[in-house]
Design a protein around this ligand. Structure first.
Ligand SMILES: [Zn+2]
Ligand SMILES: [Zn+2]
Length: 415
């Protein structure tokens, strides 16, 4: 063989070896290795991630979603207090609706008609700040049922939930005025139930096998409560805000999931948040529950799963909060962050994180939308009206387009 042919043969051999290797690999990928790998990663995803609107709930199962676990000053990572409870019988409840939680709720992709029950533990902004957004914003997100709200009375009527909701309706009179005659505004109705803040384990809701009770909380002023939901042998307890108290200690014993505030350690309130030392002690132990106190509460009540919330949960704060909780409690524990999901059944409690789709659109309306009630239109003054530029050459074709598709004969307001 000439040296030239030897070279060709050597190249051919290399090509054959490499080609054979690649051929074998691609064969493997197509035939055996690939499906195993895909199955493994699918299994992992199934274990670790909850994809909203893709998973039906078992008929004996409860799903709890943390939609706000942080502080009054919201941040991209954590909204303020909000917890969604979904039951296997189809019922859904919101406990608190703090600032910033509305977008996290939207990410759960639930039709707004199905989340019409909100229980407010007290009237701090970090527990009700997104109520206006959810209420009025919901009217353009296809909610066509009234929004129902339960909240405590106060020491006097003006400190109660009913008064706050009346004022909220007055505060948003301009917003309401813009919508009534323009869209189907049935979802703008509010249905408020105020219950006595000092009721101890009193039933405030009972329907479809679900019982919700309230117990007094010690926080801020008279008029703060915690909630206990029971259904199908499962018990959910939610503190909203409170320092340790005898009602919680007595009535939440043995809960399946017990969600209680667990505030930042006072020393971190000083070093990270800039509080004066006395402020940090007041807020961190006398107005809220420190991690050590949280641990005592959980050791006394022994839930199947203790969940601490209401602190900025970061790489540096969580170990410190955990270390302090562990001084006084050694049972099952989760330190909540936004989008944490708990599937609770008799057999197990599974904790995952929810996937987030940032491009949320409303779910379709569950009822037929009515045409707007044009009698409710509040007209502009001649002054404002005179300022409008109609651009009929572009607006009329938009009307023509809709009229042709839907066989209607609508006309622009401004001509
Ligand atoms: Zn509070
Ligand atoms: Zn709070």
């Amino acid at each position: 063989m000439s040296s030239a042919s030897k070279g060709v043969a050597a190249v051919a051999l290399v090509v054959a070896i490499v080609g054979g290797y690649l051929w074998g690999r691609s064969d493997e990928r197509a035939g055996r290795v690939a499906p195993l790998t895909e199955t493994a990663s699918a299994k992992k995803a199934e274990l670790d991630v909850y994809y909203p609107a893709t998973e039906s709930l078992g008929k004996n199962e409860m799903r709890v979603v943390a939609l706000g676990t942080g502080m009054p000053s919201v941040r991209p990572k954590q909204a303020a207090a909000c917890w969604l409870v979904e039951l296997g019988n189809g019922e859904k409840f919101l406990f608190d609706i703090g600032s910033g939680c509305h977008e996290r709720l939207a990410a759960q992709k639930i039709p707004y008609d199905l989340i019409d029950k909100v229980f407010i533990g007290h009237l701090h902004v970090d527990h009700m700040g997104d109520l206006p957004s959810f209420w009025l914003g919901g009217t353009v997100m296809n909610r066509l049922t009234p929004l129902r709200i339960w909240g405590p009375s106060g020491a006097t009527p003006e400190y109660g939930t009913k008064h706050a909701m009346d004022l909220m309706e007055q505060m948003y009179v301009w917003d309401i005025g813009t919508r009534g005659g323009v869209i189907d505004f049935r979802g703008g109705q509010l249905d408020v139930t105020e219950f006595a803040f000092d009721g101890v384990n009193e039933v405030i809701y009972q329907k479809k096998g679900v019982t919700i009770r309230s117990i007094p909380a010690v926080h801020g002023l008279d008029g703060a409560v915690s909630f206990i939901l029971e259904w199908n042998g499962l018990k959910f307890a939610y503190s909203s805000d409170t320092i340790p108290n005898k009602w919680w200690a007595e009535h939440t014993k043995g809960a399946d999931i017990s969600i209680h505030e667990c505030f930042l350690p006072s020393v971190l309130l000083v070093t990270k948040q800039g509080f004066a030392p006395l402020e940090a002690l007041n807020v961190g132990t006398q107005g809220h529950t420190s991690p050590e106190q949280f641990g005592k509460v959980m050791s006394a009540t022994k839930p199947r799963l203790a969940v601490g919330y209401h602190f900025y949960n970061d790489f540096d704060t969580q170990p410190e909060v955990m270390r302090r909780v562990r001084k006084t409690y050694d049972g099952p524990l989760a330190l909540a962050m936004d989008y944490m999901v708990f599937n609770v059944s008799k057999e197990e409690i599974r904790v995952r994180m929810s996937a987030v789709d940032e491009e949320i659109w409303p779910s379709p309306p569950m009822r037929k939308r009515n045409p707007p009630d044009t009698a409710k239109v509040i007209p502009f003054s001649d002054f404002t009206r005179s300022g409008a530029i109609a651009y009929p050459e572009v607006v009329q074709p938009i009307y023509d387009e809709i009229n042709e598709i839907y066989d209607t004969d609508y006309e622009p307001v401004f001509k």
